[in-house]
Structures are given as C-alpha cells and as structure tokens.
Design a protein around this ligand. Structure first.
Ligand SMILES: N[C@@H](CCC(=O)N[C@@H](CS)C(=O)NCC(=O)O)C(=O)O
Length: 227
C-alpha cells in the first residue's frame, strides 16, 4: 500500500503534468505507466472507468479514441496518442534512451521489433476477442465456441513467445537484455488465462513477469496496478 500511495503521489504532484495517461489499474495502460515511471517522466493519471460495462465511460473515451480503448496518452504538445507499441517507441525517442528499446545498431533490435509487434498485433487482439466475444458477434449461439477457440489460439501464441524466450536463455524476454517487452509480459501475465496457467504451462514467461514487478524502478507502478 505504501508503494501504491507513493506512485499515486508521484503521478499527481506535478501539475500540470506534461503527460496524461487515460488508464485503469491493471489494464494495458499499466504498460505505458511503467515506462513513464521508468524514464522519470512526470505524468497524471486519468481514470477511464469500466469501459467494458459502462456506456457513459465508453462514450467519454470515444471522444479521444474512436477505438474506445486504453491506453490513451496525451503528449506535452497536447496531441493524443493511442497504441501502446507506438507509445513505447515514442517515449524512448523522447527520453533519448535505449534502456527499454534497443537502438538501430543493437543486436536485439530486430527481435525487439518483431516481438513488440507480435504482442500487440497477435496476442492483444486475442485477449480482447476472448474477453469480449459477445461484443464482436451478433449471434449469441456462437459466442462460447468463439471464446473457447480464440482462447486456444491465444495459448498457442503465448507458446510461440515462450519458445523464443527459452531459446534466448533468459532471464528476460530477449535474453540478458531487459527491454519494454518484459514490461508487456509483466502486465499481460495478469490477464486470462491467469498467473497460475502461466506458472504451470509457460514458466519462462511467468519468471519474466515475476522478475519485472520486482525491479526497483517499476515496483511502485506494479504494486499500484496489481495490489
Ligand atoms: N492495440 C492497442 C490495444 C489496446 C486495448 O485493447 N486495450 C484494452 C484494455 S487492456 C481495451 O481498452 N479494451 C476495450 C475494448 O477493446 O473495447 C494497444 O496496444 O494499445
């Protein structure tokens, strides 16, 4: 709780904050919040509300993101940005740092880009389709079958990620180098099919998720998002 209070204070003390992040604790916005904290960039948190169940919350979010998804990040220029992978690359540029995003000359660069896009283009949609199958289908009779099959596909996708991580030998997603991919893993391992599944089925990925939440620069953000 002390960690959580410290994170809340850190986020709200600087007014006006250069960055504003529309978020809900534990959702995909945590991936971006962790990076803002990592770089020491002052930010304010805006609660998006339960956009799964509340139409007013969805409508309000729709004003700034037609996808009605979080994260949404307001940049110091006032520009609104969506898409966590784009934010990941842009924040590294703004920070002038390769601490989370291997630079063009780095040996890990190609793999970093590959798996960043894989996570947001393949795994993340499978999360949305299985969590919210009923919103994507007009025929209620097929919802459960669709949900189950997408969940199976998601498990296969995670297995692919896991094989790549195992081949690199750990302790992080890309081997010895810590990157923003580890932050993605630390957040996404909290989602369905759940931490017990990751621990039992894909221990390499679970180990990354456990370790990232313990990193001193990220501990407060993870404690706030996953109390
Ligand atoms: N491609 C987007 C995906 C964002 C996303 O799907 N966010 C989820 C929350 S974790 C969401 O807002 N879902 C609500 C919806 O899709 O209706 C990203 O990487 O930022």
């Amino acid at each position: 709780m002390a960690d959580r209070a410290a994170a809340d204070r850190a986020a709200s003390e600087t007014r006006p904050a250069p960055f504003r992040l529309w978020q809900n604790p534990g959702w995909g916005s945590a991936i971006v919040e962790a990076q803002l904290a990592f770089y020491g960039m002052p930010y304010a948190l805006v609660e998006a509300g339960d956009i799964y169940t509340s139409e007013p919350a969805r409508a309000a979010l729709g004003e700034i993101n037609p996808m009605r998804q979080i994260p949404v990040l307001q940049l110091p220029s006032g520009e609104m940005m969506t898409e966590s992978a784009a934010m990941t690359l842009h924040l590294a540029d703004l920070a002038g740092s390769d601490a989370l995003v291997p630079g063009p000359g780095a040996a890990e660069r190609a793999a970093f880009l590959r798996w960043l896009v894989f996570l947001v283009a393949n795994v993340y949609p499978a999360v949305n389709y299985s969590d919210r199958a009923e919103d994507y289908l007009s025929d209620p009779a097929v919802v459960e079958t669709f949900r189950r099959e997408v969940a199976e596909q998601k498990a296969r996708l995670w297995s692919q990620v896991s094989e790549a991580v195992r081949a690199r030998g750990g302790p992080w997603m890309l081997g010895r180098r810590f990157t923003a991919l580890d932050i993605y893993m630390g957040v996404m391992a909290h989602w369905q099919p759940g931490r017990a599944w990751f621990a039992a089925e894909l221990p390499e990925l679970f180990a990354v998720a456990e370790a990232v939440a313990e990193r001193p620069e990220l501990k407060a953000v993870f404690a706030r998002n996953f109390p």
